[in-house]
Unconditional design. Sequence first.
Length: 167
Amino acid sequence: MSRDGLRGFSYLGLLFFVAITAAGLAALGQSWSTAAQRERERELEFRGGEIARAIASYVRASPAQPGQNPRSLDDLLIDRRGVKTIHHLRRAYADPFTGKPDWVLVSEPGQPQGFTALHSRSERELLRSSSPEGLPLKTARDWLFDANTQALQATQKPSPEAQPALP
């Protein structure tokens, strides 16, 4: 067989290798994107839950009864209403989808001063379809973190005596 008959064989092999590598990298990129999305959703759940628990703590610590709702996230960072300064929230958490602490603060009907819940500004679609409470979710904006729900869940946790012992 002459050398002329083998011309282009290495080139075809190289093209095949490049195509396989590109397909592998595309699959890896998709996998990485999904993992990053899941991480943002976990962070949204954690940060929104922390802020909702801080709102409930702020209301419970109110010197006036019924409890007073915070007017801004800054009220949760430093609460100077009483004799002692209280920090209900360690820091102003940024929304993991927007990268800024630009949460939408939601007031109770009939109480325009103060807020009891919040949600993200992002319209990005979520991978999960329901919240831990079982409410349907489509976008990050649909996930409402309500202080009243967080306070109710905290009071409904079973005591350590009620939990079965591990073998």
